[in-house]
Each structure stands twice: as C-alpha cells, then as structure tokens.
Design a protein around this ligand. Structure first.
Ligand SMILES: Cc1cc2nc3c(=O)[nH]c(=O)nc-3n(C[C@H](O)[C@H](O)[C@H](O)COP(=O)(O)OP(=O)(O)OC[C@H]3O[C@@H](n4cnc5c(N)ncnc54)[C@H](O)[C@@H]3O)c2cc1C
Length: 467
C-alpha cells in the first residue's frame, strides 16, 4: 500500500481548513493517538499528524484534500476500540471527532435525539434520563466511548438482548463519504422501502465507508421498574446453558451476562472487595424490566425457578450498582493482570453458546492458555481474554494463541458463528477475516469499498486490504 507523506505544504492546507490549533504534529501529543485500548505495543502505530475537526464542512474539505494528495485518513472517536480500528496502520492523518461533542436536540414528543459524533455515550444517556427518556445503547465502555464510535463499530453491550445493538438505535446519519461529499442517509421513519439501506451499510463499517458527523437516534420512555438477579452456578456449562431456558420460559431479559469463577476472582482482587459466591461460583446476571412491582415479582419467581432447575446453587436479588460495577470492571481487572492480552470477541447462536464454552475450555487446556471469560451471554457473544503466561516468551505465547485461533474459529464458523460480536475487525483481525469469510461475501465487501473509495484513503487496511 503506497501513500504520499504528509508534507509541510499539506500541513499548511490542513491548518487553513481547521485552524492551526487543530493540527498537531508533536510526537508526545500524538502518542495517545497511536493506539486504542489494545495494550499490546505490537499493534501501535504513530500518525504523521492529528487533526481535530469541528464541523462536517471541515471533515469534507480534509477528505477532498486527502484524495487530491493521496494520504490516508483514520477517523477516531474516543479510542476505546478493541480492534485497532482507529490506529493509523499506514500512517497519514488521524482525524479526531472529539471536538464535535454537542447534543443538538432531545425531542420529547418525537422521542429522538440529534447528536454530534463526539458525544460521550453516558452523556446522552444522562441527558435523555433528565427528560424521563432512555437511550438504549449501553456498551460497558459507555462512560468513555463516543456515539460516533458506537455507530461506526455497531457497538453492542449489555442491553442488546432486548433492545438490539447500536444500529437498532439509529434513525439516520449525516456522513462525509470517502470522496468528501456530505450526505444524509436513513430517515426518522418507522419503516421505508426506498432503495438501498446505505445508513445500515455505513453503520458498522468501522470508518471505512464514511465519517459520521451527525446522528439522529431513537429514544424511549424510561422503564419504570427493573430488577437485577444474580444466579450463582458451580458448573460453568450449566450457567451458560441457562440462557436459552430463560428465553424459552417466555421472559425477555434486558441483559444476561456471564462471568466465570477465575474472572470473578480477578475482579474481586482488582476492586479489593469480596464478591458473593466467589469461592467457586460462576455468575449469571439477569436484568429484567417490568410494568409494575407485581410484574417484576412474577418474573423474578420464574427466573428463580429456571435458574435453580438448571443447577444454580443460589439466586439472589442483586444490588444494581455493585453487580454492574463488578461486571464492568472486567476489562480493567484483566489489564491489571497483564498488558499483553489477546481479546477474542466471538459470537455464536445462543443455543450453541454452552458448546462453545466447552470448546474454549478444551483448547485452553490443550494450548496451556491463561484465560479470563466474561460474556454477553444473552446474545451469544463471549469475550475470551488470553493473558500471556508470565513464564513464556512473547513468541511462544503468540504461536499458541494463533494455533488456538485456528481451531477455535473453525469450530465457530462450523456452528454458525462469526469472528466478532461487537468489537469489529479493525486491522487486528483482518487476516482472520480474510481466512474465514465466505469468499463471495468478501468479494462483495471489497467491491463496495472500491466503488465508494476509489483512492482507498478512508481508514485503509481496516476489515480487509483492498488489493
Ligand atoms: C472497558 C471496555 C469495555 C468495552 N465494552 C464494550 C461493549 O460492551 N460493547 C461494545 O460493543 N464495545 C465495547 N468496548 C469497545 C469500544 O468501547 C467500542 O468499540 C466503542 O464503540 C468504540 O467507540 P470509540 O468512540 O472509542 O471509537 P474508536 O475506538 O475511536 O474507533 C472505533 C472505530 O470507529 C471508527 N470511528 C470512530 N468514530 C467515527 C466516526 N465519527 N465516523 C466514522 N468512523 C468512526 C474508527 O475509525 C474505528 O474504526 C469496550 C472497550 C473497553 C475498553
């Protein structure tokens, strides 16, 4: 892949577009933009410049300049990604959207919000809540990631079981396309059959097909009643297997989350707190919403029965803040244990999840892997963290991780699964994407990229390389 370097002349043109204060070339100041939340330095790359855009018109002018001078542009939100999607693998420009951070409208009658891409997800949740409303998108990184990043990765999170992923929260997006044109995709409608769903194509495209500069998002009335139950299982497989039973019992939970015992112990150590059942228990956290206290009680009774019948040693009403603090501390707890971690984000149909867990455990034993497992179990998405063994060299560990991936992904694809449930492909998984994706499907994806971005300047080398 050959690109032109960002010359002094180009820097002057960039300064003319966004103002000198919004163009950064100092190495120390650019360092945070050389990586996302993937802590392994093997995946870090320095940009040649970082530019902060404040308007869609500026984004458009930058993209037109990139096409004219042929340098890559990597859009970046908060940099909380876990696939190196915002990392400038081929150098060039990191284009930060962090200054486009206004909530432009919360419309109580129409139940929607209009936001810029740099709005923090939790800020939108809070702003909606102040008006008695509710934004359903809820990634565990919500207090740091941005809406633009959520849309670009089709972020999932805790409430996807009931409310779907980020793409289900979006009415429409304003996008700067790869040739620099500002276009509006989608509409604030409940239905439409009006040509291709280009909004849905851009959502989840990881910044390769367009830069999101504004979004109109769905809001809902805030649920009045909610309850968190913690079911503790001695047996990991029984814990994972309970998900389908809950759904078959006619309950639509908001979330069903799983943490295995060793992960609970890791979180316990990180938080310096005693967690219930941590001796040998595995957690299933179930959140349900109801129309009244009685409705919630009825659901709690059913959930208690289902979990107990399926092997739970206890089922407790959990303290909402405490239990979610423990679940959300998973990533930090792992990071405190090791900075060298391979984070798998695999997804299978929910009824295959217990079998996948078995396979993960079998392979971990076979390849002597140190694992920590938490999962959005309600939607089949398992986060398998593989920590470097303290006594292993990087090369030895990396070889075992790669051998594990080969077997794991064969299993996953044979069981109807995919590489990533919510974190995306970025450039970290693109070799696996190339290997495991149906060749016809991959060819269509590449044809779309080539047609929309003929100069391959927008986030090149992410998801796949265009030959
Ligand atoms: C502790 C922790 C917990 C997490 N939990 C979850 C979770 O529960 N669910 C989940 O899905 N993810 C989770 N993540 C991953 C991450 O937070 C999400 O992928 C998030 O959506 C990334 O948002 P961001 O603003 O940080 O984007 P970035 O990391 O900056 O970018 C991610 C990708 O989006 C592109 N991009 C960013 N902004 C734009 C834009 N405006 N236009 C076009 N492209 C853009 C980038 O080029 C890149 O490809 C977690 C991460 C951490 C560290």
């Amino acid at each position: 892949m050959h690109y032109e370097k960002i010359t002094t002349e180009i820097l002057e043109k960039l300064k003319a577009i966004v103002g000198p204060k919004n163009v950064v070339t100092d190495a120390d100041a650019m360092q945070p933009y050389s990586h996302d939340e993937v802590t392994d330095p093997a995946y870090h790359h320095m940009p040649e410049a970082v530019v902060f855009a404040e308007t869609a018109q500026q984004v458009s002018a930058i993209i037109k300049l990139a096409n004219a001078c042929h340098f890559p542009v990597v859009p970046r939100g908060a940099g909380t990604g876990l696939a190196c999607g915002a990392v400038p693998e081929y150098g060039g420009l990191v284009l930060s959207l962090e200054k486009m951070n206004k909530i432009l409208e919360i419309n109580e009658n129409g139940l929607y919000a209009v936001v810029e891409p740099g709005v923090r997800t939790s800020d939108l949740q809070e702003a909606a809540e102040k008006k008695g409303l509710f934004y359903a998108g809820d990634p565990c990184s919500g207090d740091s990631c941005f809406i633009g990043g959520n849309i670009a990765t089709n972020a999932g999170g805790n409430r996807a079981v009931k409310y779907g992923t980020t793409r289900h929260q979006v009415y429409s997006v304003e996008v700067v396309n790869p040739t620099g044109r500002i276009v509006n995709l989608g509409a604030r409608l409940q239905k439409q059959s009006t040509g291709y769903s280009l909004d849905q194509l851009v959502i989840g495209s990881e910044g390769t097909l367009g830069i999101i500069t504004k979004a109109t998002l769905k809001l809902l009335p805030k649920p009045k009643y909610a309850l968190d139950l913690l079911a503790i299982f001695d047996d990991r497989r029984q814990a994972m297997g309970v998900v389908t039973k809950i759904i078959k019992a006619g309950i639509t939970p908001t979330c069903v989350e799983f943490m295995d015992n060793i992960t609970i112990k890791s979180v316990e150590k990180y938080l310096n707190e005693n967690l219930q059942g941590s001796d040998n228990g595995n957690y299933v956290i179930v959140e349900v919403e109801g129309t009244s206290e009685d409705d919630l009680d009825d659901k709690a009774v059913v959930l208690d029965e289902v979990c107990t019948e399926n092997g739970a040693s206890s089922v407790l009403v959990a303290d909402h803040n405490k239990i979610w603090q423990a679940r959300k501390a998973f990533a930090e707890a792992v990071r405190a244990e090791s900075l060298i971690v391979c984070k798998e984000d695999v997804v299978v149909p929910v009824d295959q999840e217990a079998a996948l867990l078995d396979e993960i455990l079998r392979l971990a034993q076979k390849y002597n892997l140190v694992t920590r497992i938490a999962s959005h179990a309600g939607d089949g998405n398992i986060h398998l963290n593989i920590l470097k063994n303290e006594d292993a060299t990087y090369e030895d560990w990396d070889q075992r991780v790669k051998a594990n991936q080969q077997e794991l992904y064969k299993f996953i694809y044979a069981h109807g699964g995919r590489l990533s449930g919510e974190h995306g492909i970025g450039y970290k998984r693109k070799h696996l994407m190339e290997e495991f994706t149906d060749p016809g499907e991959l060819e269509m994806m590449k044809a779309i990229k080539k047609a929309l971005d003929p100069n391959d300047i927008l986030n090149p080398g992410k998801i796949f390389d265009v030959e």
